[in-house]
Design a binder for this molecule. Structure first.
Ligand code: HEM
Length: 522
């Protein structure tokens, strides 16, 4: 008799439990949601920081910047327990300098990152240790060659004259709207191919043709980013199953291999016929002796090297020009100062040449190489736009041995380090209270020369032994395009379009940048 009465009593006492449990669960969910909603970052049990990453994925770079101002310059993200990822994100300039320069050898790209870069073969950006040392030494010599530097400037200038200005003229005549991002991607691809491979593929032309080589590089860029955003096992499984973006990889690799083989064969024929060529491929081919310990078969080396270089230059230059015109369109004061600099220079040169400026066939004016060197306000404006919108907004490193960074953070093997140049370009502590303003003047001293100290604060081309080797080439591509376009055409970016960046390793606008182009009346 006792037993049923105990049961009855329990039933009486716990009658309200399901409701109570439900209410408690709801309370926990609401608390969690409110915390999650108002907090910028937390590492939860089991799922780590995944909810925050998913919530902010569409605005990754701005989120990092927000974290820097609200939480601090460095923080640790834990991935979900089953992926085992530990990402240390920093935008502290002392840490970044330590990682990239002072203790460079302890922070390689790392196996995980290198694996994701294998789509691009074994060129300079996808290798490490001895192979990288050798390739870097060789590349430094090639990029520094005087004949190469003048060839790079000449080839870009020619492409502006033969392809960029006629295309813009065509858009003006059609009174159509153009996507500036697409235009500059075409220009950067053609000029990179011309400078590196010796031939422009003609991707930039008024008919806006398609190009399989460039499309294959788009796939490579997308896949490298995707692979880095997930644990290695996940993307390897997707690759094995052949689903998602991984499905496109084998085709893209084949296409890139086919095109680079083709360009290598053409250049070999040219050199055998005694054609004089100063593109990088020709310079590499003519330096057989220095290449003999390249640890790669001759053709593989030439193909992978040229692919890596075209890839490194294409998206970055396109991004630099796109955001430059975006900022100019929003800042008429800077546009006017740029025009003033161009017009003054043109007037001085015309006086010296007795009124004969350098005219393109359709009355469009060009700036020669000597003039371009004198355009310091333009150069400052390009730096300034890359400060706010760095083409390479984040970079990855790994950790070899446990280390203590200058801010006191401890990093351990197995962690990945991400440093955000996007956030660093927007830190008040580096760039002052007006850090969000587009002000080329911050790069210039009282005599109108570029300030060395401003360049030292800028990480957009990276620093240390693995810094950007193509910086000078990038300016040789961007300056003539920006000068000729500004001087001859009015670029009116359409109002009301969404200006959000794609989550990617390169800063690109999700929906492009639509603009109208009209000829300026001289
Ligand atoms: C505005 C344009 C450019 C920007 C902002 C830029 C930025 C950068 C950055 C940040 C890095 C370091 C990447 C890392 O640490 O993983 C880098 C590396 C590199 N860049 Fe550029 N880049 C630009 C244009 C170019 C051009 C035109 C070339 C010419 C081919 C080039 C060739 C390279 C190469 C080969 C590396 C790898 C160097 C190495 O690993 O030793 N870049 N660039």
């Amino acid at each position: 008799m006792i037993f049923p009465s105990i049961l009855a009593s329990l039933e009486y006492h716990f009658r309200g439990w399901p409701e109570l449990s439900l209410a408690f669960l709801c309370y926990l969910c609401i608390r969690w949601y409110l915390n999650f909603k108002n907090q910028v970052l937390a590492n939860f049990p089991i799922v780590g920081a995944l909810p925050y990453i998913l919530k902010n994925f569409h605005r990754l770079h701005d989120w990092y910047t927000e974290l820097a101002s609200k939480v601090g310059y460095s923080y640790l993200f834990k991935g979900p327990i089953f992926g085992g990822q530990m990402i240390f994100l920093t935008c502290d300039p002392r840490n970044v300098e330590y990682i990239l320069k002072k203790n460079f050898s302890n922070f390689p790209k790392g196996q995980k990152f290198l694996e994701t870069l294998q789509v691009l073969g074994q060129g300079i950006i996808s290798v490490e240790t001895e192979t990288w040392h050798h390739q870097r030494k060789l590349a430094s010599k090639m990029f520094a060659a005087k004949e190469f530097r003048s060839f790079a400037a000449f080839a870009s200038q020619k492409l502006v004259e033969d392809a960029l200005l006629p295309t813009l003229d065509h858009v003006h005549a059609q009174a159509s709207v153009i996507d500036l991002q697409n235009l500059f991607l075409r220009y950067a691809f053609d000029s990179s191919c011309a400078i590196i491979l010796g031939r422009s593929p003609g991707f930039l032309s008024p008919s806006f043709p398609s190009n399989e080589f460039s499309e294959a590089m788009d796939v490579a860029r997308e896949i490298i980013f995707n692979r880095n955003m997930m644990p290695s096992r996940w993307w390897k499984l997707l690759r094995w199953l052949g689903i998602g973006a991984e499905r496109k990889v084998p085709g893209a690799i084949k296409a890139m291999d086919r095109y680079t083989s083709h360009y290598v064969s053409l250049m070999r024929e040219d050199l055998q016929r005694g054609v004089e060529a100063n593109c990088l491929l020709a310079i590499y081919m003519n330096s057989q002796e220095e290449r003999k310990d390249a640890l790669l078969d001759e053709d593989e080396f030439l193909k992978d090297t040229s692919l890596a270089l075209v890839y490194a230059g294409r998206d970055t230059v396109a991004s630099g020009l796109t955001y430059f015109f975006y900022l100019i369109s929003k800042t008429p004061r800077v546009e006017n100062k740029l025009l003033e600099e161009l017009r003054l220079l043109r007037a001085i040169k015309n006086t010296k040449r007795n009124g004969c400026g350098r005219k393109h066939v359709d009355g469009v004016e060009m700036f020669d190489l000597e003039e371009l060197r004198e355009l310091t306000y333009l150069e400052a404006a390009l730096y300034e736009s890359m400060r706010l919108y760095p083409p390479s907004p984040l970079n990855l490193k790994s950790v070899l041995q446990e280390d203590v960074l200058p801010d006191g953070s401890v990093v351990r093997p197995g962690m990945q380090i991400i440093y955000s140049t996007y956030a660093m370009g927007r830190l008040k502590s580096i760039w002052g209270e007006d850090c969000l303003e587009f002000k080329p003047e911050r790069w210039l001293d009282d005599n109108g020369h570029l300030k060395a100290e401003a360049k030292l604060k800028f990480f957009g081309f990276s620093i240390g032994p693995r810094n950007c080797i193509g910086k000078e080439m990038a300016f040789a591509q961007m300056k003539p395009a920006a000068a000729a376009m500004l001087f001859n055409f009015q670029v009116q970016v359409l109002e009301g379009q969404s200006i959000s960046p794609k989550p990617s390793t390169v800063l690109q606008l999700k929906h492009g940048l639509k603009a109208r182009i009209t000829r300026r009346i001289s």
